[in-house]
Design a binder for this molecule. Structure first.
Ligand SMILES: *[C@@H]1O[C@H](CO)[C@@H](O)[C@H](O)[C@H]1NC(C)=O
Ligand SMILES: *[C@@H]1O[C@H](CO)[C@@H](O)[C@H](O)[C@H]1NC(C)=O
Ligand SMILES: *[C@@H]1O[C@H](CO)[C@@H](O)[C@H](O)[C@H]1NC(C)=O
Length: 518
């Protein structure tokens, strides 16, 4: 099966090379050859190609000039709380080189130690603290109406969506997009870092070797219980490659999450990340996709319009032991291919495979609406234009499991008991959220209400940002906009012990060599 696939890939590429019109240098724009195997369709502006940073694998490039302030992205991000020690040991490279600290995307209350998978630009683009040219915005957080009281899909998809990137300066066509991972990123990881001065790449080379990254856009799916979906941004002929799908190998233990129940008992359950992986019933390994928009593609086994296949270069890698794939810099790549002509605006749907369908049907039959009194913190903000003080809350508490958080930076080096709140650049980023409670409401007029708050620590904070034990820290004149509601540790939908978990089936293209459970 696999060899067969490999052979057909060779035949397809030979057919392209035979088309003499396509061989002429500089003629690609006007080339009349079939678009079937052309990876970069006309109008494509964002591509994945080999990075200009040495030994960094792929990078993300723009084929058109981009103005400062342009937005890119819109991918969901996936919070990965409290990986088990065994899982962390087996997934070191994934965790260390690809994942972000959870607080960067607002995930700090999802666990004690939270990491985030930021598929798309966040994991594909390379980083440099000096020459970066894009900065992340904020994720939108809500359950999109899939509540535990109303939907069997509750907790089966990430609540953190539409992670958008902003271009920080005007970029010429051919520029590589560079993320700022922070100055310590390279140092902590023991990477030697030479300063990278990105020069625009040759557009022809990007056309010839790249994959288009903007064939898909996010939107609302029309499929019941599916939430968001991915939609075609242009027309495609049958057999067009719609998206490259780089994948990372994760073992079963890397997809386990530890959680402490209220009674102190430690339970282990499946990470939400499993739903963003490909797998096979005969293998304990899963493949996490980190391509833009691909994690939004929904299931349809009646009228799918795409299928998956391996990129030619990945096939020879199957002969390597799968554990080596977890720990090498080898890049595994799937391709998403049209199995019939697709029109612009159509939702892209993939057959997730019979194992997934069986698991979902079983889950739907078993599922019962939750009877707990959980309320999504993101939905109650508008009910409280005025916040309540600690004293008022004793008689009229906020909904169960909801608390207030403030945007605030604390440094233990400059500790004082009482400080003034001051808006500074970057302060309203998710990473600066920490629990706080209102001590006093200060109204100078009806329109000028501020709050005196008590700041607290949350688990996972670095020592330098922890309020020292036994000390209190009061901050005055905090505006309402700097205070938000959050849900308590382990209570959001993704922690539901009954939430649906199943990887997408890769079917018979899953490498036979990596089926360790037969
Ligand atoms: C996603 O974020 C961008 C940038 O903030 C915004 O323009 C766009 O409307 C958002 N999309 C959705 C569906 O919320
Ligand atoms: C929450 O509500 C307050 C007051 O209505 C508003 O000023 C603030 O921007 C809201 N915050 C969010 C995150 O929606
Ligand atoms: C798993 O392996 C068994 C034993 O080789 C085989 O019978 C079965 O068909 C395999 N399952 C799938 C889904 O390929």
């Amino acid at each position: 099966m696999l060899r067969h696939l490999f052979l057909s890939a060779i035949i397809v590429s030979l057919a392209t090379a035979d088309d003499s019109n396509c061989d002429e240098p500089g003629r690609i724009e006007t080339c009349s050859c079939s678009t079937k195997t052309k990876r970069i369709p006309d109008g494509c502006n964002l591509v994945m190609a080999k990075s200009g940073i040495k030994d960094s694998g792929w990078g993300v490039f723009t084929l058109a000039g981009l103005n400062k302030g342009s937005q890119i992205g819109g991918d969901p991000v996936i919070q990965i709380p409290d990986i088990t020690p065994e899982g962390a040991k087996g997934s070191r490279r994934f965790i260390w080189e690809y994942l972000w600290d959870g607080s960067e995307t607002g995930g700090q209350y999802e666990g004690i130690r939270v990491m985030t998978s930021v598929p798309g630009v966040g994991m594909l683009a390379n980083g440099d603290p000096r020459s970066f040219n894009i900065l992340p915005g904020k994720a939108i957080v809500n359950n999109f109406g899939f509540s535990r009281q109303s939907s069997p899909a509750a907790g089966s998809m990430t609540a953190y969506r539409n992670y958008t990137w902003y271009v920080t300066r005007d970029l010429p066509a051919g520029s590589e997009l560079i993320v700022n991972y922070g100055v310590n990123w390279f140092k902590e990881r023991g990477f030697k870092q030479e300063s990278y001065e990105p020069k625009p790449f040759d557009l022809q080379a990007l056309h010839d070797n790249g994959y288009c990254l903007d064939n898909l856009r996010p939107g609302d799916s029309t499929i019941p219980h599916a939430g968001r979906g991915a939609f075609a941004t242009r027309d495609f002929e049958e057999e067009s490659i719609i998206a490259p799908i780089p994948v990372l190998v994760i073992s079963d233990s890397g997809l386990a999450q530890m959680k402490q129940r209220e009674n102190g008992e430690i339970v282990v359950q499946q990470q939400l990340l499993r739903n963003y992986c490909f797998g096979h019933p005969n293998s304990s390994y899963s493949l996490h996709s980190y391509a833009p928009m691909v994690n939004l593609i929904n299931h349809d086994d009646k009228t799918p319009n795409v299928k998956l296949q391996w990129a030619e270069e990945s096939v020879p890698l199957f002969s390597k032991p799968v554990f080596m794939m977890q720990d090498s810099s080898t890049k595994l790549l799937l391709e998403l291919v049209a199995i019939r002509p697709i029109s612009k605006g159509e939702e892209i749907v993939l057959d997730y495979g019979s194992e997934w369908v069986d698991a979902w049907e079983f889950h739907k039959q078993q599922w019962k609406p939750s009877t707990d009194d959980y309320q999504d913190a993101n939905e109650i903000n508008n009910s409280y234009p005025i916040l309540l003080t600690e004293t008022e809350l004793q008689t009229a508490p906020y909904p169960n499991g909801v608390f207030t958080s403030c945007f605030y930076r604390f440094s233990s080096e400059t500790y004082v008991q009482v400080a003034e709140w001051k808006l500074a650049r970057g302060l309203l980023q998710s990473s600066n959220l920490r629990p706080c409670s209102v001590v006093e409401r200060v109204s100078r007029s009806q329109d000028d209400v501020t709050y005196t708050v008590r700041m607290f620590n949350h688990p996972g904070l670095a020592q330098a940002h922890r309020i020292p034990k036994g000390r209190s820290h009061i901050v005055r004149h905090v505006p309402r906009e700097a205070i938000v509601f959050s849900n308590k540790l382990y209570t959001t939908d993704q922690h539901l012990e009954t939430a649906f978990r199943k990887e997408i089936s890769l079917g018979d293209i899953f490498p036979i060599e990596w089926m360790d459970l037969k």
